[in-house]
Design a protein around this ligand. Structure first.
Ligand code: ATP
Ligand code: MN
Length: 462
């Protein structure tokens, strides 16, 4: 395979002629030499190519080189006289592969706002910022797999089109091929989904958990990593309508084991990105969130805090005057409360447990008090919830009763309930929103900038 620019930059100066392929970021011309900076996405830094015009058979080719055009440059890697790099390429052989007209190319040399770049999402990966985000995202995906694979977890692919609502929250996108102008009706006048593609109502999945549980109850430790969809009308900086979720599920595991894995997992991911993307992380620390690397290093070395929901509410109530939505026992925690808990009260990531059953999903294990469930959320500074998990209700009768209380039809979940009928075992798991993770480690304020093509209410461009 041809060498990427990241590898060329690591070479010692030598005579061998090598080729660099990429896109021109900048061009500086002087009388006798022309300097190009070429980037190919392999690293933040580009390769400086120095062209001695006098040695070119036809120096006019250089006129067509502009920001954005694609080129192949050949020459030896030599020691650089400039202060910004140790090596550069001395080239006398430059081929323009694709021209890039200056008057219409939307990415000029100047710095563009992140909002403007969102409108040209198909080109934004060519900027320093979005190149760095893409590399960090890639490193984190790989680290997700290596963490679980190293510990013997099996990667399971759960369906994207699903018939059950895993969260029971009714925030699902319907998948249908029915003609919306001529909907078939039953005698009672309801839409007749038996005429639909799947012969029943079907949705884009909100979580792979329920199906994941079925594999955990055979393989013991599994994880899923796939796209999930939520039709919630949340126009916030931390919600997307389509996002990627990592969901481990472990049999013979209780909430304590679940929390241990969640903490070890986050620390592993932070460490991986610090080790493997130092240049990009230094960029984020400098331009996006001051001290991001130091913050992550501290988190890796410090145990997470723990609070029960009840303790959290007691702490928050002392500061109710500071909140837009004051809290009392029973309130769902909003992002302002989550941030206050982790940033002000604990000053580090905190795991909140034992939430009132009313504000959590039907599958969470009921505590002996009959009021709270064994749910756990991991909250981090600046963002709030990054992980949501729980020990699952393993008792058939308790689970069935919970579903009835929540007006869910147990018959619709017959296969899920079978796990409690046939060899039930305590089990637990969690969901990490992958974009929240990328957002957190990069410090990028808006979740729409850490996924290549964000989907959100009224937004599905590209
Ligand atoms: P929130 O209260 O922040 O909306 P949630 O309680 O709905 O989160 P869960 O259903 O527990 O979240 O989902 C597990 C994880 O998935 C969350 O901890 C979060 O990291 C991520 N997540 C949930 N909803 C979204 C979304 N709309 N966009 C991006 N990530 C999300
Ligand atoms: Mn939500």
């Amino acid at each position: 395979m041809k060498e990427r620019i990241s590898a060329l930059l690591k070479r010692e100066p030598q005579q061998e002629i090598v080729a660099a392929e990429g896109w021109v970021r900048t061009k500086r011309d002087s009388k006798n030499v022309c300097f190009l900076e070429i980037n190919d996405g392999s690293c933040l830094k580009g390769l400086q190519v120095v062209i001695d015009k006098e040695k070119l058979s036809d120096p006019t080719v250089l006129n067509a080189i502009t920001t954005g055009c694609s080129v192949i440059c050949k020459g030896p890697i030599v020691a650089s006289a400039g202060g910004n790099q140790t090596v550069e390429m001395a080239s006398t052989d430059v081929t323009i592969i694709g021209e890039c007209p200056v008057d219409t190319y939307p990415l000029q040399k100047k710095r563009h706002t992140i909002e403007y770049l969102r409108e040209i999402a198909h080109l934004r990966a060519r900027t320093n910022m979005f190149g760095a985000i893409a590399r960090v995202r890639n490193t984190l995906s790989y680290a997700v797999h290596s963490f679980f694979q190293e510990q013997g977890f099996m990667y399971v692919n759960t369906p994207i089109i699903s018939a059950s609502d895993a969260e029971g929250a009714g925030e699902q996108f319907l998948v249908t091929t029915l003609d919306l102008d001529k909907l078939p009706r039953t005698e009672e006048g309801a839409i007749d989904y038996s005429k639909d593609f799947f012969g029943r109502e079907a949705f884009l999945t909100v979580s792979g958990q329920l199906e994941g549980e079925t594999y955990a109850m055979a393989m013991k430790n599994i994880y899923t990593f796939g796209p999930t969809f939520r039709a919630e009308n949340s126009n916030t900086k931390r919600h997307l309508s389509e996002f990627w979720m990592v969901e481990p599920e472990m049999a013979f595991c209780n909430i304590e084991g679940d929390m241990e894995v969640a903490e070890a997992f986050l620390k592993y991911l932070f460490k991986a990105v610090l080790e493997k993307c130092p240049e990009d992380m230094a960029f984020f620390s400098k331009f996006v969130e001051a001290g991001m690397e130091e913050t992550l290093r501290t988190i890796v070395d410090t145990p997470f805090a723990h609070l029960t929901y009840t303790q959290a509410i007691e702490e928050l109530e002392k500061h109710n005057d500071k909140f837009e939505f004051p809290v009392s026992w029973g309130s769902d925690l909003q992002s302002e409360h989550e941030k206050f808990l982790t940033e002000v009260i604990c000053k580090r990531p905190v795991i909140v447990t034992d939430y009132p059953k009313e504000i959590k999903a039907f599958y969470m294990k009921l505590n002996e008090d009959g009021k709270t469930v064994r749910g756990m959320d991991v909250l981090v500074p600046r963002l709030g919830e990054i992980i949501g998990g729980s020990e699952r209700e393993a008792d058939l009768d308790v689970l069935t009763k919970r579903m009835e209380e929540l007006k869910l039809n147990p018959e619709d979940y017959w296969w899920y309930l079978d796990l409690r009928r046939f060899g039930s075992a305590p089990h637990a798991g969690f969901g990490l929103g992958f974009e929240r993770l990328v957002q957190y480690v990069t410090g990028v304020a808006n979740i729409r900038d850490v996924i290549p093509y964000p989907r959100a209410p009224k937004l599905a461009d590209f």
